[in-house]
Ligand binder design. Structure first.
Ligand code: NI
Ligand code: MN
Length: 229
């Protein structure tokens, strides 16, 4: 039974298949983070894109744990140059890891990383992740707007848990996330990417209410809260 724990923003740990994964560990710069990078014990770090609130402390955590970073090719290559073990993938590709299967989906967003200097570093395309372990499938949408291909994702995969952004401005907002849930048809939807910054303030319980009115089960996780599925 995989166990998901919300660390705030888009950061989650996922324990299952005999491994411990962390998604988008933006902890140090996040005042609402429910963990510190030093406390993280993980085997894999999954990064959806190169923005600072997703790449976050990923390299530091991977180094400290001798963990492998799974990310789109360009971002993985950058991490590899920093001396971290990486497993590059790309959109549409899946791979069987010891803990289960990971497949990359599209995400409509950017991925340039501000590493200082005058320009942004190119990190390729952003992605979402489908992770299947212990017979269950989790979809981490990453940062994205609503897209019709979510219907295809929902048709091809039986999604148990979908992690969807609701904060608006940089990603879809709550209204589009309800439509995303109807495209994806997950057993449970969990909102993310809200309230970290003023510009992405959103009420997850208002989202829960409108999604449940539309027939979708929503679980709102507190920062530090867990959900087993
Ligand atoms: Ni982003
Ligand atoms: Mn973001």
């Amino acid at each position: 039974m995989p166990k998901l724990t919300y660390l705030g923003h888009d950061a989650f740990t996922l324990e299952g298949g005999g491994a411990r994964l962390v998604f988008d560990p933006f902890l140090k710069g996040n005042p609402l983070a429910a963990a510190t990078p030093e406390k993280m014990v993980v085997d894999y770090v999954l990064l959806t894109h190169g923005h600072g609130d997703h790449l976050g402390d990923g390299i530091e955590i991977a180094k400290a744990n001798n963990a492998t970073i799974i990310a789109p090719f360009e971002l993985a290559s950058y991490c590899g140059k920093q001396g971290v073990q990486v497993h590059p993938m790309h959109i549409g590709g899946g791979h069987d890891f010891p803990f289960g299967r990971v497949k990359l989906t599209i995400a409509h967003h950017g991925s340039g990383a501000d590493l200082g200097g005058d320009s942004l570093a190119y990190m390729g395309n952003p992605c979402g992740f489908l992770v299947t372990m212990d017979g269950k499938t989790l979809y981490h949408a990453g940062d994205t707007g609503l897209f019709l291909d979510m219907k295809l994702i929902g048709e091809r995969a039986k999604i148990d848990v979908a992690l969807l952004p609701i904060g608006d401005n940089f990603t879809m907002g709550a209204e589009d996330a309800v439509t995303a849930a109807s495209f994806l048809r997950p057993e449970v939807t969990i909102p993310m990417h809200f309230n970290t910054f003023d510009v992405i303030e959103a009420d997850p319980y208002a989202f829960q209410q409108s999604a449940e009115t539309a027939g979708h089960k929503v679980v709102v996780l507190d920062f530090g809260g867990s959900f087993e599925f």
